[in-house]
Ligand binder design. Structure first.
Ligand code: PLP
Ligand code: ZN
Length: 433
């Protein structure tokens, strides 16, 4: 294993097995040797925690919550990721038939325009703590973009493995950084299996494999930011997309940690998971009332969520049940409609995963699972410019004209093409009895 020349100033926390509770020293290991359970960082319960004012006075990045992130000492890498906007969305709230709706907009995450910047920001500092000089990942696209961007900034070598059928923007948006990008013939699950072997063989830090225990904690910062940006309040419901199922479980952990720290009060939000119908193993488990996930072979335009054998799927299904939430699967046409609705109602252009989230929220509202008095946060996790092909067919045609005023006049006379969200689309809930 290669080491950096200077001693790192950052230290990673020790780990504990979520199954058997066994203690493990800090290291690039994600699985307990005794029971094969997942390892999680072990925080010192007696550590001093900041109050609201202290947190609010810190720079606007995810590191303002560093007491809940699995690293000690001075953080030097990716210090400027996080603290994306929380957007009030009254038009979408009306469409959903709920009291309030907000968009947590990780479509503008820095630097690689998806929520994967959060998890990689943590993983790359763990890599420093362990003296690793190469960062890698198995990715459905966004993680590839993030690992490439963060690794090049930190002057690390990067080896990135993706399924060969990814969207062009996600391939170019990785290759442009000058990293080792390898396209693997197969599904994400094939790529992931290969990366587990790669991690062992070459001693690299693979963000979502051997650094997964640290990496996953970055997702909690979505929950922390929602609470702080709502004025230290909890929403009543959150809708989040699910790939491996990690984000959904970490949202729950994040909300719970802020309540335990006295930074907010009230009931834990009901968590709702969203998947594409062409790859919905976690939704199916929730619908069956089961925590065993049956693997699927993905077939959907939502490639960023296309994990047929989700590593945290059972845990996500359990978390959804415990919070009295639910899950919904939406087809490809609904995903495209969801992209259009978010663009027209809120002015945010999201990728297919965001279309899944919006379409699932509409489905859940129609089922009466989202209620009239609900205050709902929707996690929009990626940028629409990464999957333009998906939106192309549904976007209005732009007329081509000669540079003549009368041609514009003709268009204006013809009534333009702007279409307003029509009231018939809105969901009205029955009076509760
Ligand atoms: C990875 C990803 C997710 C979900 O991630 P998991 O934690 O694996 O469930 C959601 N949205 C986008 C855009 C992603 O890239
Ligand atoms: Zn164990």
């Amino acid at each position: 294993m290669a080491t950096t020349l200077t001693e790192p100033t950052v230290r990673a926390l020790p780990l504990r097995c979520r199954n058997c509770g066994g203690a493990h020293p800090p290291g690039p290991h994600a699985i307990c040797e005794d029971c094969l359970g997942p390892l999680e960082p072990a925080y010192d319960p007696a550590r001093p925690l900041p109050d609201r004012e202290t947190i609010a006075s810190r720079p606007p990045s995810l590191w303002r919550y560093r007491e809940w992130l699995p690293l000690d000492g001075a953080i030097s890498r990716s210090t400027d990721t996080g603290f994306t906007p929380l957007i009030d969305a009254p038009v979408l709230a009306r469409r959903l038939g709920v009291a309030r709706a907000w968009i947590k907009n990780d479509a503008v995450s820095h630097p690689s325009l998806s929520f994967k910047d959060r998890v990689v920001a943590v993983a790359i500092n763990a890599a420093e703590a362990f003296g690793l000089d190469t960062l890698g990942c198995a990715s459905t696209g966004n993680l590839a973009n993030a690992v490439a961007a963060h690794a090049r900034r930190a002057r690390l070598d990067a080896w990135i493995f993706v399924p060969d059928d990814l969207e062009l923007a996600k391939i170019i948006g990785t290759a442009v950084y000058g990293v080792h990008l390898v396209r693997v013939r197969g599904t994400y699950d094939d790529v992931n299996r290969l990366c587990a072997q790669v991690a062992d063989r070459f001693g690299w830090g693979i963000a979502n494999v051997n650094l997964r225990s640290y990496y996953g904690e970055g997702s909690k910062t979505v929950a922390f930011e929602i609470v702080e940006q709502l004025g230290w309040r909890l929403p009543t419901a959150v809708v989040a997309p699910m790939a491996g199922g990690s984000l959904l479980t970490k949202l729950h952990k994040g909300f719970r940690e802020f309540r335990d720290a006295g930074l907010t009060t009230g009931d834990a939000p009901r968590l709702y998971g969203a998947q594409a119908a062409g790859c919905a193993p976690i939704v199916r488990a929730v619908e069956r009332g089961d925590e065993r996930v049956v693997p699927e072979k993905p077939n959907t335009i939502a490639k960023s969520l296309a994990i047929g054998s989700p590593p945290d799927g059972g845990y996500a299904a359990q978390t959804i049940r415990e919070t009295n939430g639910w899950a919904a699967a939406v087809n490809d046409a609904d995903i495209v409609a969801g992209i259009r609705i978010l663009a027209e109602d809120v002015g945010v252009f999201t990728e297919t995963a965001g279309g899944v989230t919006v379409a699932a929220a509409l489905t859940l509202a129609r089922q009466g699972r989202l209620r009239r008095d609900d205050e709902v946060a929707l996690c929009i996790t990626g940028n629409g410019l990464k999957t333009v092909d998906a939106a192309q067919s549904a976007s209005p045609q732009a007329p081509v004209i000669d540079p003549k005023l009368r041609e514009v006049s003709a268009l204006v006379d013809a009534g333009g093409s702007r279409r307003d969200g029509d009231a018939g689309d809105q969901i009205t809930h029955q009076e509760e009895v």
